[in-house]
Write a protein that binds this ligand. Structure first.
Ligand code: GLU
Length: 305
């Protein structure tokens, strides 16, 4: 493609992506795809629920609100509408289910955007009560925070421009600029296992996608869930390449010492999988990006350490 044409096209795509997020929620301009509030399930709020062993729960009760960490730029998973401030996506629905099980009306959640690199600190400092945002459970992170779940299993994948023909998997990244988020497991995996690749890190994946569309990087790597969302928003410009090459079990991050909260959230995940809420939430959010509905993984209630 000639330079000028390519630049014009890229500008159009970036504008369309921006529009897709800003237009959401405004009258007369609904997004092409995406959850509408009236299509989302409602969750039964537990009455008279108490979790006095949890310092986090007691703090939230006193405050009258839950403060939940999330992502704001991951379509169908965790996305914030800049016009209304409303968060939506599968992770947001999981956060609401959890709130309902803890005895809080989901309208009493204050969401805070926390980047991948800042999640452990936010939980350790008590900035948030729990975190739901494509957060992979692993042993390294378990030294710093607790994880309820998993509630979903994703896999690392690659996003490339539609005309890309050379990248089919991580083995093809030699000499290629590949963008990911600082503090994420996918970035770490590229650095550890694919030393021929040229990794580039930003705070958020949406910056990587802008860089991909403007030819500053050759690929974006992170979980398939996140990449499918971006590809679904720009299907003519972006595509996934190859098969997932890792397992990324998603957990709900909690303060490490608050085992009572962790076990209560494990119970809640199981209950919402059983009563069908999990599936309904999936269909109304992530299902729209074309990721086939997986089977929910089994919760791993590991002992306190
Ligand atoms: N699931 C991966 C992680 O927790 C990538 C997605 C993210 O950065 O949130 O690092």
């Amino acid at each position: 493609m000639r330079g000028a044409v390519r630049r014009a096209l890229t500008a159009a795509v970036l504008a369309a992506l921006a529009l897709a997020t800003t237009a959401c929620g405004k009258e007369g301009s609904p997004p092409a795809k995406g959850p509408q509030p009236d299509e989302l399930p409602r969750y039964r709020v537990a009455q008279g629920f108490e979790l006095n062993d949890s310092a986090t729960w007691r703090g939230a009760k006193r405050r009258g609100r839950l403060v939940v960490g999330a992502k704001e730029d991951q379509p169908y998973m965790g996305e914030k509408d800049p016009a209304t401030g409303r968060y939506s996506g599968f992770d947001i629905e999981i956060a609401k289910m959890m709130a309902a099980s803890l005895g809080f009306d989901p309208r009493r959640i204050s969401f805070r955007t926390i980047a991948s690199a800042n999640r452990e600190t936010a939980l350790q400092n008590g900035q948030i009560d729990y975190y739901v945002g494509t957060y992979t459970i692993n042993d390294l992170r378990k030294r710093q925070v607790g994880f309820a779940g998993p509630y979903y299993e994703a896999g690392q994948s690659l996003l490339v421009r539609d005309e890309e023909n050379d990248i089919h998997g991580p083995g093809d990244l030699g000499g290629k600029k590949v963008c990911s988020a600082a503090g994420s497991t996918p970035l770490q995996r590229i650095e550890d296992d694919y030393p021929q690749a040229d990794p580039v890190a930003y705070d958020a994946y949406s910056i990587c996608v802008d860089n991909l569309l403007t030819y500053q990087v050759d690929a974006v790597t992170t979980d398939d869930t996140i990449l499918m969302g971006y590809a679904a928003k720009a299907p003519d410009e972006l595509k996934l390449a190859g098969r997932p090459f890792s397992k990324e079990p998603y957990g709900i991050g909690v303060p490490k010492r608050d085992t009572a909260l962790r076990f209560a959230l494990d119970d809640a995940i199981e209950a919402h999988q059983k009563n069908g809420d999990w599936n309904k939430a999936y269909d109304a959010t992530l299902g729209l990006s074309g990721v086939p509905a997986p089977r929910a993984p089994a919760v791993n209630r590991y002992p306190a350490s």
